[in-house]
Design a protein around this ligand. Structure first.
Ligand SMILES: *[C@@H]1O[C@H](CO)[C@@H](O)[C@H](O)[C@H]1NC(C)=O
Ligand SMILES: *[C@@H]1O[C@H](CO)[C@@H](O)[C@H](O)[C@H]1NC(C)=O
Ligand SMILES: *[C@@H]1O[C@H](CO)[C@@H](O)[C@H](O)[C@H]1NC(C)=O
Ligand SMILES: *[C@@H]1O[C@H](CO)[C@@H](O)[C@H](O)[C@H]1NC(C)=O
Ligand SMILES: *[C@@H]1O[C@H](CO)[C@@H](O)[C@H](O)[C@H]1NC(C)=O
Length: 439
């Protein structure tokens, strides 16, 4: 029954003129991309999201036990100062970070995603492409050596950077399917220009870069695939925009100050993990679902884990519609209005986060519901488990408990408590990795 509804919605979505999509001309190529992307998104949706949340909690527990064991055996308490040797404190990081040969084995990262975006392997198996040129002057015929040239290549591609660089994108960077943008080993800063757009694509990893001061750009003709150039309308000024796309993993990104959102996932996007990011100085942080009419977002399943919501953030961490959002072991240093909000009956499972409320008495509440009466929102499932509440922070729960999920028979996972969130997020943001030594 669900399937019929979604198919019908897909047709609707595709015939709606694509102004919000930034598309000036919706040609046959884009129609085909949209159809394909929708099909993959439907296949990527999981009917038992609790299994995925439960599996992630198990992985957190296992990696934390390993950290505790190591620190016990060396008699260094975890509370002691970090001494500079590699310390991976969460299951995503422990998959790759402390290996000396990370630079010779970059594809290893493709095994490391967890949560709803766990199937993202990006450019695994493709050639390694090295960005040598930070310029971005030709939107239609990008120069070999530039980032824009890499992201529109045919087939899987693993994109790395030759040296530290600042890239000012003249227009949105339209990334095609099966790509990894891997900033490890260089200090890559995308700033003072357009942001990154993933539209009608599948399977992209973005890792280890910094993005700040992103602004709206006027649009025009932009290459968006090996054999296609799109006419784009003005871009919104999002740092990372995920549109009708699936199997996306955003990891270890430092984000601040964009004209619109830091990370948006809209228009029936799903199978997404946002992890290990460090977010600061921004108003509208993360938007999942753009409109109360977009019920294609019912398939949206997103994991937000091990992120540090740092200084100067105002609201939307995240703001959700329709889908299922797992907010696990994040460290919320501060918000000014609220932390987690939404409309249109999303399901939100908040586990093991540390919430530090601001001093303002009017903003102690973590949660914020809009466009619904209490009779209505009281049915939405917004549940908190093992969160830590500081300075009067208050999570207003609603709806029945979310089934804990049974990942392994008879094995109920308890989330790691919020007082461990700062340890789990300790290395958030882009890392400084040196070749030949653990990162
Ligand atoms: C580490 O030591 C603490 C306190 O001595 C103990 O409670 C804990 O079980 C130990 N953890 C492991 C994984 O050995
Ligand atoms: C840091 O601590 C680790 C684990 O206890 C130890 O193996 C390593 O030698 C220490 N490194 C430095 C630079 O002190
Ligand atoms: C991406 O990779 C998958 C798996 O190899 C393949 O089936 C798909 O066609 C690729 N997509 C594009 C657009 O190249
Ligand atoms: C998911 O959970 C259900 C019960 O909640 C269980 O029957 C099913 O086997 C699980 N699936 C997987 C893949 O673990
Ligand atoms: C998780 O970790 C703790 C110790 O750190 C342990 O006591 C517990 O049994 C583990 N497993 C589960 C399922 O909670």
């Amino acid at each position: 029954m669900e399937r019929i509804t979604f198919t019908f919605l897909a047709v609707l979505a595709i015939t709606i003129p694509c102004l919000e999509a930034g598309i000036g001309l919706f040609d046959d190529y884009l129609k085909e991309q949209a159809d394909q992307a929708h099909k993959i998104a439907m296949e990527s949706f999981v009917p038992n999201p609790e299994n995925v949340t439960s599996e992630l909690n198990l992985d957190v527990n296992l990696s934390m036990m390993a950290v505790e064991k190591a620190s016990n055996s060396t008699r260094r308490g975890l509370s002691q100062r970090y001494n500079g040797s590699c310390l991976a404190t969460n299951p995503i990081d422990s998959c790759w970070r402390c290996r000396k040969n990370w630079a010779d084995d970059r594809f290893r990262l493709a095994q490391c995603s967890k949560g709803f975006g766990r199937r993202a392997v990006g450019g695994l198996g493709g050639p390694i492409y090295v960005v040598t040129d930070p310029s971005d002057d030709d939107m239609v015929n990008p120069k070999p050596g530039t980032l824009r040239y890499g992201v529109v290549q045919q087939g899987p591609l693993w994109i790395t950077f030759k040296h530290d660089m600042v890239i000012r994108l003249q227009q949105e960077l339209l990334v095609s399917s099966n790509k990894t943008i891997d900033g490890r080993g260089a200090n890559v800063l995308i700033k003072e220009g357009a942001g990154i757009t993933l539209q009608y694509v599948n399977n992209v990893i973005i890792h280890g870069i910094r993005i700040k001061k992103i602004v709206s750009k006027e649009g025009g003709m932009i290459k968006d695939g090996p054999d296609h150039i799109s006419f784009r309308t003005r871009s919104d000024g999002d740092a990372i925009s995920i549109f009708a796309s699936s199997n996306i993993w955003i990891d270890h990104i430092s984000l601040s100050q964009a004209e619109d959102g830091l990370i948006d996932a809209i228009y029936g996007s799903t199978a997404i993990t946002i992890s290990n990011c460090h977010l600061t100085k921004h108003n509208d942080v993360m938007l999942f679902g753009a409109n109360d009419q977009h019920n294609m977002d019912k398939i949206m399943q997103i994991t937000v884990a091990f992120n540090h919501f740092g200084r100067g953030l105002v609201q939307r961490m995240p703001r959700c519609r329709f889908g299922f959002v797992h907010v696990l072991n994040n460290d919320y240093t501060q918000w000014m209005m609220y932390a987690i909000g939404g409309s249109a009956a999303p399901t939100i499972l908040s586990q093991g986060n540390r919430f530090n409320a601001p001093n303002n008495d009017a903003a102690k509440e973590i949660t914020h519901r809009v466009n619904a009466s209490p009779e209505e929102w009281s049915k939405w499932q917004w549940r908190s488990e093992n969160d830590q509440f500081n300075n009067g922070a208050k999570f207003v729960e609603s709806g029945p408990p979310i089934d804990g999920g049974i990942f392994k028979k008879g094995f109920m996972m308890t989330p790691r408590p919020g007082n461990q969130a700062s340890r789990l997020t300790r290395f958030s943001g882009a890392l400084g990795c040196d070749v030949g030594v653990p990162c």
